[in-house]
Design a protein around this ligand. Structure first.
Ligand SMILES: [Zn+2]
Ligand SMILES: [Zn+2]
Length: 78
């Protein structure tokens, strides 16, 4: 029996799937975009997907120093 794979992000039926292991749990995606969408954190200020290191401030993630400063009204010491 062939098990149908579905993208956990968009629910699309998958032929060529991407499988990612996060903390020991297997996730299946139909595209790298969906994987990034599902996994990557988002900037707490502009909601951009953070692909790089990002900036963490007070338990929130920001895409850049500008967003962090605008949200917190004070510069972040790295
Ligand atoms: Zn998908
Ligand atoms: Zn941002």
């Amino acid at each position: 029996m062939v098990q149908e794979a579905r993208c956990v992000n968009c629910g699309f039926n998958i032929e060529k799937d991407y499988i990612l292991f996060i903390n020991g749990t297997e996730y299946t995606f139909d595209s790298f975009e969906c994987a990034v969408n599902f996994v990557a954190p988002r900037c707490a200020h502009c909601n951009s997907i953070i692909m790089g290191h990002g900036i963490k401030h007070a338990d929130e993630m920001f895409c850049s120093q500008i967003c962090s400063t605008e949200e917190n009204h004070s510069p972040v010491v790295p």
